[in-house]
Design a protein. Sequence first.
Length: 94
Amino acid sequence: MSQPPLIVTTEVSLYPLRENVEPPIIAFIHALRAQPGIEVMTNAMSTQVKGPFEDVQRALATCMRDVLAGPDSVVFVTKTLNLDLAIDEVPGLE
């Protein structure tokens, strides 16, 4: 008997250690959005990625590896929750 897919929500932030930070961040987000099997939502502070655990991890590994193999020094910060969060909705604060 197979288990249902483990849906996770991961927040990822990329901090290029250089002066002009926007181009590598935008390129990373576009690369993430091109990955199959995941949902990607971006705001001013970070990007959230949601989907089956294996798909999320594969997408992050692929896109992060490309950035890490590049010429710039960078920092990635990720947080993963084992929850299917509604990343496309503004949370209520009531």
